[in-house]
Design a protein around this ligand. Structure first.
Ligand code: FES
Length: 98
């Protein structure tokens, strides 16, 4: 005779993470910026800056740091302010789904 025994084993949840990988939504739209060739910019990644889309140092208490980038040419660019883009610092349209 067989006896059925069911054991509930804990299952690891690999989807949980304690590290925030995207910043707070500052605005749900990009902002048009005139970039100057050769100039360095610090794009706010945490979303807490009062000087969007650029860093003002507000990230100091979190894990996210600004993205420093150099404009390769002078051009008009749309920089992300929702902080959910996959093409930082540029808008990739992700804000449309927020
Ligand atoms: S403003 Fe963030 S993806 Fe457009």
């Amino acid at each position: 005779m067989f006896r059925l025994i069911i054991i509930n084993l804990p299952v690891a949840d690999h989807k949980k993470t304690s590290v925030m990988d995207k910043g707070h939504i500052a605005k749900k739209e990009p902002v048009q910026i005139e970039l100057v060739a050769g100039k360095n910019y610090a794009w706010c990644a945490c979303g807490l800056s009062e000087n969007q889309p650029f860093c003002d140092g507000s990230h100091s208490k979190g894990d996210l740091r600004p993205k420093i980038f150099k404009a390769e040419k002078s051009e008009t660019a749309w920089l992300c302010q929702c902080k959910q883009t996959g093409a930082s610092p540029f808008c990739d349209g992700t804000h449309n789904g927020l």
